[in-house]
Design a binder for this molecule. Structure first.
Ligand SMILES: [Zn+2]
Length: 231
C-alpha cells in the first residue's frame, strides 16, 4: 500500500468538504456506483448536456446567444468521450505482452509521459508528467502501452495519490511482476486558480513496489528520470 493513502477515520476532519479541500483519498478504487456502465455514452451526453445547460442558465447566461448555444453539448461530449473516458471500462486499453525472449532483466523506464487529468474535488485540470518503470519478469510490453495505461486512469475525476496507485496496480497486473514504479509530478489548477492561488506549486506522488523498494533500484530509476536527454 502507498504511504499516501489513509484508511478510515481521519483525525480532525469533520465532513466531506474538508476531505475534498485537502485532497485526501480513502481508497485506491475510483468510487463508482454499481452498474455504472449500463447507461450508453449517447444517453450520458444527452443528460449531461441538459444539466449543464441548466447550470449555465442559473449562472445567468443567455443560451440563445450564438457563442453559448453549443456549449452544453460540447461540454457533455468532452466529459464522456475525452476527459472522463477512463470511467468506462470498455475504454480500458487491451495490453498485449510478449515473452521476454532476450531475457532482459534490468530497468525499463518510460519517462515524461504527458499527464492530463481532472481533480475530482473541483473538476479542474491536473497537468503534469508521469514516469513509470518496471523490471521485466517473464513478460515485456510495447513501450507505448505504458503511456496508454497512464492515459486511461488519468481520464477520470482523480486525486493524484489514487491515480498513482491505480497505474502501479495495473502495471503489476499486466506485466505479472511486483517490480514497478510510478512517479507523478503535476500542477493542480484548482490550487492555482482558486483557494490559495499558488502558481508555482506542483505535487509529487510516487509508488514503489517489489525491487523498487530497495534504495539502489529506486535511485537508479530516479536518476534515469532526471538524466539529460542526448541532443
Ligand atoms: Zn482540487
Amino acid at each position: 500500500m502507498s504511504d499516501f493513502l489513509l484508511n478510515g477515520h481521519i483525525e480532525g476532519l469533520a465532513d466531506s468538504d474538508d476531505l475534498g479541500d485537502l485532497h485526501i483519498a480513502t481508497a485506491s478504487d475510483t468510487p463508482m456506483k454499481p452498474r455504472a456502465a449500463v447507461m450508453s455514452d449517447a444517453e450520458k451526453i444527452e443528460r449531461i448536456s441538459d444539466h449543464f445547460a441548466e447550470i449555465m442558465d442559473i449562472l445567468g447566461l443567455d443560451l440563445r446567444d450564438d457563442s453559448l448555444r453549443g456549449t452544453p453539448r460540447r461540454v457533455a461530449k468532452m466529459y464522456v468521450n475525452e476527459i472522463f473516458r477512463g470511467l468506462n471500462p470498455a475504454n480500458k486499453p487491451d495490453i498485449t505482452t510478449f515473452e521476454n525472449k532476450y531475457q532482459y532483466r534490468r530497468l525499463v523506464v518510460e519517462r515524461n509521459i504527458p499527464l492530463q487529468s481532472t481533480c475530482e474535488h473541483h473538476f479542474q485540470p491536473i497537468l503534469g508528467v508521469a514516469h513509470v518503470a518496471y523490471i521485466p519478469n517473464g513478460r515485456v510490453v510495447g513501450l507505448s502501452k505504458l503511456n496508454r495505461i497512464v492515459e486511461f486512469y488519468a481520464r477520470r475525476p482523480q486525486v493524484q495519490e489514487r491515480l498513482t496507485m491505480q497505474i502501479a496496480e495495473e502495471l503489476k497486473r499486466v506485466l505479472k511482476t511486483d517490480d514497478v514504479a510510478v512517479y507523478i509530478d503535476a500542477r493542480h489548477l484548482c490550487v492555482q486558480a482558486r483557494g490559495v492561488e499558488h502558481h508555482g506549486a506542483s505535487t509529487i506522488t510516487a509508488e514503489y513496489a517489489g525491487k523498487f523498494l530497495s534504495d539502489t533500484t529506486k535511485h537508479e530509476f530516479l536518476q534515469a528520470v532526471y538524466s539529460k536527454m542526448p541532443e
